[in-house]
Design a protein around this ligand. Sequence first.
Ligand SMILES: [Fe+2]
Length: 280
Amino acid sequence: MPAQIVNTERYPLDRLDSKVGETWLNQLRASLHRDGSCTLPDFVTTQALQLMAAQARSITHLAYPGPTEVTPYFFNYRLGEGESLPDSHPLRRKGKRRLAQVATDLIPTDSLLSQLHRSGLMIDFLSSVLQQPVYRNCDPYQSLNISVMDEGGCQQWHFDSGNMVTTLLLQEPEGGGVFEYAPAIRSETDENFTAVQAVLDGRSDRVMQNRLRAGTLSLFRGHYSLHRVTPVVGKRQRLQAILGFSTSPGMYGKLESSILHYGPRVAAIEASDPLYPQAS
Ligand SMILES: [Fe+2]
């Protein structure tokens, strides 16, 4: 086990109250406000990254592929249901999704990634950035995932359901697998379908690119920013961890979503020995 997971020499997570810490936090807040994202290269130590990537590679065979054609608003987003809309409308546009995910219950709790997800350092860090209490998600399948992309793997343009997503790239592909996003393209009050359609059509000038390196932590406001991952090139898999945190305590996702993304085994577990809390 490495002595240290987070690269605190580069990032002052262990001294957030210091002058250096406060200056850094202000920079992160400004970046989140301006671009809807923060990118922190070398967030974990080299030694920790090597072990995390090796541990992730050892369980990629447990990843479930999930849906392969989805709209930017995902399967459970009822917006526009029952409306008559042209095929070109964003609510009717399905994009190609080629990725598989390892669910939380299949990631060993003693793995380095699980340790990072549970660490107080992360909770304190995210609470300080957002200036409100942050909690680790509780969902037994969704709270911590490893996304696995083989050659040709990609993720379609979409919005996230959660307000902020925290990801850590564990292994970068030989080529492709680039994160692209259109910051703050929609808001609570305006879906801005015209601008979304321009992105889907490949004629928007709002799209930014982020070529992430292994070891990079990203904070991303994916609920308002349309985003995708371009197709992976080469044999080396793109492996990315998604660490679930929320500003609400006791966050669980929907069982329907877990079955769709992690497979029918979830339905079987929930029918026999459920991991979701049962109503009494
Ligand atoms: Fe996303």
